[in-house]
Design a binder for this molecule. Structure first.
Ligand SMILES: Nc1ncnc2c1ncn2[C@@H]1O[C@H](COP(=O)(O)OP(=O)(O)OP(=O)(O)O)[C@@H](O)[C@H]1O
Ligand SMILES: [Mg+2]
Length: 302
């Protein structure tokens, strides 16, 4: 499969701080990759290093096989970038800014740009200094999307957008995928990543800790079971793979990893009234990676 991005041992240190530990990452052509991590995890550092905006301490990256540090200009022809913190020209209007950004990129789909201006409900006639945060973000998004570049690299692109505009953004990203474009999307909004991304990469303190499809990642985490009983819920402390058991009155919740058969046998034997099992959401997966340790083999009765 063709690669849109390939990093090899890409590393960035600031003195003793390792902002990005050696990163080997492959982004397939045509996929939407979600790039997640808490504040300071190294997402922006990765993007800026791939784009050649900062010099990696070690390693390097390729964009469609082009060395993106050595041949920056050539690599940038294939991509459009939505920065996390953008600096626009305050005295230009929105339209002038879009025109200028289009010139910088070289070519854009002018018809699509007009459509995007409408879809994002953007008024390009005002000066940039008068735009709200969300409207400034729209300038960057419209400019990037209108290029129809083979690769879109977006650093928290929906910052400042209201929910309706966030929907418009999602639609555009899905269309970009249908159009064969690749999207590298750094985000804090897990629902957005869950809705859009084919694969998800998770960074923690500069290190890649998970990479895969959501389905693959769900295997790593526990399934949540909620049950109510006619009588007292069963005691499950010693069951293999069962954790975080909480009992409130006739209601029981717990988590299970691996086979659910032994747990189900116990639950059914205790005559459940209702039984619900749910897969972890990306948010739960994320929190289980960063949050507190699970309470194992310990039951809380309230
Ligand atoms: N120019 C710099 N000098 C020193 N340290 C830096 C510099 N730029 C980034 N860092 C540090 O590198 C680490 C990674 O920062 P980065 O901006 O990549 O995180 P991020 O994942 O994008 O976070 P956020 O979600 O807040 O945008 C942080 O600890 C940050 O303080
Ligand atoms: Mg960032």
């Amino acid at each position: 499969m063709d690669l849109a991005i390939k990093t090899t041992g890409l590393t960035k240190r600031y003195g003793s701080l390792v902002a990005l530990a050696p990163l080997d990452l492959e982004v397939f052509s045509g996929e939407i990759l979600g790039y997640l991590g808490p504040n300071g995890a190294g997402k922006t550092t990765t993007i800026r290093a791939i784009l050649g905006l900062i010099k990696p301490t070690a390693g390097g990256s390729e964009i469609f096989g082009i060395n993106s540090q050595a041949n920056k200009v050539e690599a940038h022809r294939r991509l459009a970038y939505v920065p996390g913190e953008s600096v626009l020209w305050p005295s230009l209007t929105g339209a002038e800014t879009l025109h200028l950004l289009a010139q910088v990129h070289g070519q854009i789909d002018a018809k699509y740009q007009v459509e995007l201006v409408e879809r994002f409900d953007f008024d390009p006639s005002k000066k940039v200094r008068t735009y709200s945060k969300g409207n400034r973000q729209k300038v960057n998004l419209i400019a990037a999307l209108a290029t129809r570049a083979d690769l879109l690299i977006m650093d928290e692109p929906t910052t400042g957008l209201d929910p309706i505009m966030e929907q418009a953004f999602k639609q555009c990203v899905l269309e970009a995928k249908v159009n064969g474009q690749t999207v590298f999307l750094s985000s804090h909004i897990l629902e957005e990543v869950e809705a859009l991304c084919d694969r998800v990469a998770i960074l923690r303190a500069g290190k890649l800790v998970e990479l895969g499809t959501l389905a693959e990642m769900r295997h790593l985490s526990a399934v949540t079971i909620r049950a109510t009983f006619y009588n007292e819920p069963p005691h499950l402390e010693n069951l293999q793979g069962v954790s975080n058991v909480t009992v409130t009155g006739h209601q029981l919740t717990c988590q299970v990893r691996g086979s659910i058969e032994p747990l189900f046998k116990e639950l059914v034997a205790a005559h459940p009234k209702t039984l619900l099992s749910s897969e972890p959401s990306l948010e739960e997966l994320f929190l289980s990676l960063y949050g507190k340790e699970e309470v194992t083999n310990q039951e809380i009765r309230q």
